[in-house]
Write a protein of this length. Structure first.
Lengths: 333, 359
């Protein structure tokens, strides 16, 4: 078991290094290929060639790509000094560099946005997990009956309707028309938990609808398959109550694929839910990335991308470890 | 032999109003039909038999002859929606087909229990062997987990699993096939069932282990004086353990007698076929085995008359109405029921001249 965990940890670490290399290459090699100069992007169009050159030296963009990468990684691990002649600015670890536009450090920017994204992701995740799995189980147990059809139609609708549609409809109905929920700025959980939930609720529902559909369908399919297994017949033959047969014996097997996609979905969402954050004007990481893209703010894009990939890799790692907890057969191999 | 075979060979018309039986297990005119898109599958169609405590009944037949469906029916494991079940199953004076599902659930795993064919798929892969046995015990006994665990270890020890204290915490995939079947048996016997149904208990095992498992079932049976039904397609297995034999074909019983009689003088042509296709190691390999021609019948559309007639080599000798009239077990004697139209004397003659020399 320890071996298994160690192996997974090493794989995850290597994966993050690989992702950072690829991301770095994309963001610093591709502008070069397109004859765009990051230093020029940084200083703006009105700058003199001398300013551009100074910036290039300050950011280390005059060095070969592998040295730039080493410095970048060093910055992430121990921090980094930017030397522009008279002044030396220190960027403490983990240093993702400075925003081209606001000259602020990227890392605090990301940290600032993270609570919003986490709030959105966790709330929505709980909703779709509970709603989707419950819907799927009901559907499977009442296969072919009205409730099965109803859940499946809902699931189809949920997966077909994009967030920018449901989100806007919800907002126009519940916020503007009926005034059940308040619009306005995002509120921190620590400041006002009720206001926080009030602001996020519609965003949770819109996002959850999209995911719950997949969970309901996956749960239904796995549950139907599991209920046909021999060990379910054995459980019934023992004289167990149907509730125990389904709720314990069958659910245990249904959980495996659910945990897998749940981990991955949650990991992806923690990297920023771009559409939802935009539709509900939530200042999360997704919104930060979109804004950075429109402003060609390379360090923020790079930072947000690495941040997101970190979450995805971590989610994968956790799923792998949970697998071993759920399925004892995994522990051996 | 104490079991009274064929006291009730003719289907009992009394329905649920009839008196409780004298036998420990009394199955009367059991019919289990499934509605499908293609028609009604008559998986079991009018099965009647009795079984006493301490006795073993072997139910023999090809795949799809209704053996397993029968056993699941006795345990009440068919879904009420898809299966139409009629007839009566009396267990120790209590009728089960018409009983409340909750009542049958309380008997299941407790007074009557089942050993399944493939212990790898029949045990839950995510729970330890111990946890599964403990669960089986605690459904029917109000005891603490540690007491139940003690009982589980005792049962594992009883079925011959070495180091049961350690192995009780292993998962099914950590057991070998034979050990898994032993664990399955331990789980089935944990509540001292009075009726034990073993559905192909040795089919998934290699031959050396088969004999051990059969010995084990026999030992445990004599210890607890339980009634045992062994379901198999392997006549060698029933020869070893069964007192009585019931040969099933197409959802019906075609021959019903003692184990001894089925080997000494089988009367139904289908039983002859089964015996002729059984390999024998104690004989010279002179000839090929004689298979039964054709395939098992469709249970949706059974052949008219005797459902074995399309495969029977002796069909319509001397104008016997094999294709039109359905034979009943009464064509034989009360001790040896045979559902075959060939007159008894002729059956005997055919067996002596054609079949016996090749067995």
């Amino acid at each position: 078991m320890i071996n298994y965990i160690l192996r997974r940890l090493v794989t995850a670490a290597l994966l993050i290094v690989a992702v950072s290399m690829v991301t770095f290459a994309i963001f610093f090699l591709i502008p070069k290929a397109a004859h765009a100069d990051p230093a020029e992007m940084y200083v703006g169009k009105s700058a003199t060639p001398r300013d551009v050159e100074a910036t290039r030296v300050k950011l280390g963009l005059d060095k070969p790509i592998y040295i730039q990468y080493t410095k970048f990684v060093k910055g992430l691990v121990v921090g980094r000094d930017y030397n522009s002649g008279p002044t030396v600015t220190h960027c403490s670890a983990p240093c993702f560099g400075y925003s081209f536009r606001t000259d602020r450090e990227v890392w605090p920017l990301l940290l600032d946005r993270l609570p919003v994204t986490i709030s959105l992701a966790i709330g929505a995740a709980l909703m779709w997990l509970i709603g989707g799995v419950a819907g799927g189980v009901i559907s499977a147990l009442r296969r072919g009956k009205f409730s099965d059809r109803a859940v499946m139609v809902l699931a189809l609708a949920g997966v077909s309707l994009p967030v920018y549609f449901t989100g806007l409809v919800f907002q126009s109905l519940f916020v503007h028309e009926w005034k059940i929920f308040k619009g306005g700025e995002y509120i921190n959980f620590v400041d006002d938990p009720l206001g926080w939930a009030n602001k996020l609720f519609l965003a949770w529902v819109s996002l959850a609808l999209l995911f719950a559909a997949n969970y309901a369908r996956l749960t239904r399919a796995t549950m139907l398959e599991t209920l046909g297994e021999d060990y379910i017949r054995t459980a019934r033959a023992k004289g167990l109550k149907e509730r125990v047969v389904v709720g314990k014996h069958a659910m245990r097997a249904v959980l495996t694929p659910i945990v897998t996609i749940f981990g991955l979905d949650l990991g992806t969402l923690l990297g920023g839910a771009i559409l939802t954050e935009r539709v509900f004007s939530l200042p999360g990481i997704g919104k930060l990335s979109v804004d950075a893209v429109t402003q060609k703010d390379l360090p923020i894009i790079l930072g947000a991308t690495l941040f997101a990939s970190f979450f995805i890799v971590m989610a994968n790692l956790i799923v792998d470890l949970l697998y071993a907890v759920i399925d004892p057969r995994v522990r051996l191999s | 032999m104490s079991s009274s075979l064929l006291t009730d060979a003719v289907p009992n018309p009394g329905g649920s109003g009839s008196k409780p039986a004298q036998s420990f297990l009394d199955v009367r005119d059991l019919r289990i039909h499934f509605k499908t898109d293609d028609g009604i599958v008559k998986a079991v169609d009018g099965l009647t038999f009795q079984l006493e405590r301490g006795q073993t009944l072997g139910i023999v037949g090809e795949s799809g002859s209704g053996k397993s469906v029968t056993s699941l029916g006795i345990l009440g494991l068919h879904r009420r929606g898809s299966a139409q079940i009629s007839g009566e199953v009396w267990l120790d004076g209590e009728e089960l087909i018409g009983a409340a599902p909750e009542r049958v659930r309380l008997l299941r795993g407790n007074k009557m229990s089942m050993i399944f064919q493939d212990p790898l798929t029949a045990m839950h892969p995510y729970y330890t062997i111990g946890a599964q046995i403990i669960e089986a015990y605690r459904v029917h006994h109000k005891v603490s987990k540690s007491e139940a665990k003690k009982r589980a270890i005792e049962m594992l020890d009883r079925v011959g699993i070495p180091q049961p204290q350690r192995r009780v915490d292993d998962y099914p995939h950590q057991f070998s096939g034979g050990m898994r079947q032993r664990a399955m048996i331990a789980m089935s016997l944990v509540n001292n069932p009075e009726l034990l149904i073993a559905d192909e208990p040795t089919t998934a095992l290699d031959v050396t282990v088969q004999a051990q498992i059969l010995d084990l079932i026999r030992d445990l049976q004599s210890e607890f004086n339980s009634a045992v039904i062994i379901i198999t397609h392997d006549l060698g297995v029933v020869a070893e353990v069964a007192d009585d034999i019931l040969v099933m074909y197409g959802g019906k019983c075609v021959e019903q007698t003692t184990a001894e009689a089925i080997f000494r003088r089988p009367e139904h042509p289908y039983a002859w076929g089964l015996l002729s296709s059984m390999p024998r190691v104690d004989r010279e390999v002179r000839d090929r085995l004689v298979p039964i021609k054709g395939n098992p019948p469709s249970l949706i559309n059974l052949p008219s008359g005797c459902s074995f007639h399309p495969r029977c080599p002796y069909v319509q000798r001397n104008g016997i109405p094999c294709k039109t009239v359905e034979p009943t077990l009464a064509e034989g004697t009360p001790e040896h029921g045979v559902a075959c139209h060939i007159p008894p004397a002729e059956r005997n003659a055919i067996f002596k001249s054609d079949i016996a020399p090749n067995l």
